[in-house]
Every structure is written in structure tokens, then in C-alpha cells.
Design a protein around this ligand. Structure first.
Ligand SMILES: O=P(O)(O)OC[C@@H](O)[C@@H](O)c1c[nH]c2ccccc12
Length: 253
């Protein structure tokens, strides 16, 4: 697999071009990571739906910018029952920053995922987090090395896939937390059927996350029935009262 990502929506191509030039950190981090699997298990034991709520101030597929204090949004998500948080650190297209992530991780006690387009090992050192996203489509053959480099620093890598081939690559790289992105980064459209098609091929010992396009409690039920251990929700939580939105989606129907 090559690392260029194949055919991509122009917006996504621009994001990747920008990501290539972003600097890494100066020192090799050593993170004391909060356990995401333990947090998911605790939520499930309590009879709630494990949701990773995403602090995403804007995106190429959302209109408008949410400029509330990201720390306040994060606190509201946790108060609404979020099991973990996802924080965009991409500055140019998602309104994120490593500084927001740093402040949020200090303010909450749930695991925090760094959501970014990491392409090189040194970029892992930009900021501490508990989980770090690696997108199979973009890192190509570097995936096994980046998984190892992330673990070596104490991060838990969440490997994102969208196709069967990417899932095969993620499993071969030893990924034990896999996110199936329902959004096709080539066309930016969302189809919850993507998760349903790939989930049966994922071994039981992998923690499986359904990503993108989850808007309603019906969508939550659909992804849970298809085998999602947790769901990653951005837009539907960011739009309106984030605490209420999180509480609604974490409540089983
Ligand atoms: O806003 P949504 O449709 O709920 O999607 C959230 C999340 O899955 C999406 O933001 C996302 C999935 N993979 C990514 C990779 C980079 C940036 C963002 C993403």
C-alpha cells in the first residue's frame, strides 16, 4: 500500500499536504497513559454506551466554527457521560491545537485521544495524550513502525481503517484498538454500512470503535448491534448543548 492515500477529496489532500510540514516535538515523550479499555469496560458495566466525544471546533464537512473554550466543552462532555475525549490538534482545517489538548487533558480525568494526521514518528512527540490516532490510509507501509513508536512512548494507538485492505494492514501491524471510519476520505460522504461490513472481520480481542456519521440514538443502536465496543462522535455532539447531546447518546435505548 502506498502512503499517498490514493484518490482523495481536494480538502483532504490539502490537509495532508499541510500535515507533512508540521514539526514534531524536541524530546522523545514518555506518557503515563490512562487506560481506554478499562474506561470502556467501566462504562459498559454501568449499563451506559461508551462514547468518545470529540472536541472539533470546525471541519471541512461542518459549516461554521465553534469558538467556545475547548476546556469548557470537554468538561461538559465528561459531565454528560463521555467515556473518553477526542481532541483535534490540527490547526488549519479543524481549529485544533496541541495547547487545547494539553489544557483539556489536565482538566479531565478520562482518556484523551489526539486526533491529527500524524505521518512521521517525530510528530508523536508534539504533545502527550492517552490514545493517538494513526490513519492506515495515510501512513501506508509505515504503519507497523508508527504503532511501535507510539507504544514505545506509552501511547495506545487507535488505528483508523475504512476498507478491508486497511483492516488487514492494521491487524498485521498488531493494532488492538481499531476505528472503522464511516466517512470515505476520498469523497467525504458517510455510510454507516462501512462499519457493518467490516466489523464481522475484526477478531473479538480487538477493541472496536465506530467512527463518524453517528447522529441519533438509532445510529448508536445500529453500530452497537453491529459490534461497536465504543463510538466516536463529533458533529452531533458539538452541534448545540454538548452536555445534553452526550447524555442522550450515552443513554441506552
Ligand atoms: O463529526 P462526526 O461525523 O461525528 O465524526 C467524528 C470523527 O469520526 C471524525 O471527525 C474523524 C474521523 N477520522 C478522522 C481523522 C481526522 C480528523 C477527523 C476525523
Amino acid at each position: 500500500m502506498n502512503a499517498s492515500g490514493g484518490k482523495l477529496a481536494p480538502e483532504v489532500r490539502a490537509i495532508l499536504d499541510a500535515a507533512r510540514d508540521r514539526p514534531g516535538g524536541e524530546t522523545h515523550l514518555s506518557v503515563d497513559s490512562r487506560s481506554f479499555p478499562a474506561a470502556v469496560a467501566a462504562t459498559a458495566d454501568a449499563g451506559r454506551v461508551p462514547i468518545i466525544a470529540e472536541v472539533k471546533p470546525t471541519s471541512p464537512t461542518t459549516g461554521g466554527v465553534r469558538d467556545d473554550d475547548p476546556v469548557e466543552l470537554a468538561r461538559e462532555m465528561v459531565a454528560g457521560g463521555a467515556t473518553a475525549l477526542s481532541v483535534l490538534t490540527e490547526p488549519k482545517h479543524f481549529g485544533g491545537s496541541v495547547e487545547s489538548l494539553r489544557r483539556i487533558r489536565e482538566a479531565v480525568d478520562v482518556p484523551v485521544l489526539r486526533k491529527d494526521f500524524i505521518l512521521r514518528e517525530a510528530q508523536l512527540d508534539a504533545v502527550e495524550s492517552d490514545l493517538v490516532l494513526l490513519i492506515a490510509r495515510f501512513v501506508g507501509d509505515d504503519l507497523p513502525d508508527l504503532v511501535a513508536a507510539a507504544r514505545d512512548r506509552g501511547f495506545r494507538p487507535l488505528v483508523e481503517v475504512h476498507t478491508r485492505d486497511e483492516l488487514t494492514a492494521a491487524l498485521a501491524a498488531g493494532a488492538d484498538i481499531i476505528g472503522v471510519n464511516n466517512r470515505d476520505l476520498g469523497r467525504l460522504d458517510v455510510d454507516l454500512g462501512t462499519f457493518e461490513a467490516l466489523a464481522p472481520e475484526v477478531p473479538d480481542d480487538v477493541l472496536l470503535v465506530a467512527e463518524s456519521g453517528v447522529k441519533t440514538t438509532d445510529d448508536v443502536r445500529r453500530m452497537r448491534e453491529a459490534g461497536a465496543d465504543a463510538l466516536l462522535v463529533g458533529t452531533a455532539i458539538m452541534d448545540g448543548d454538548v452536555r445534553q447531546n452526550t447524555a442522550t447518546l450515552t443513554t441506552p435505548q
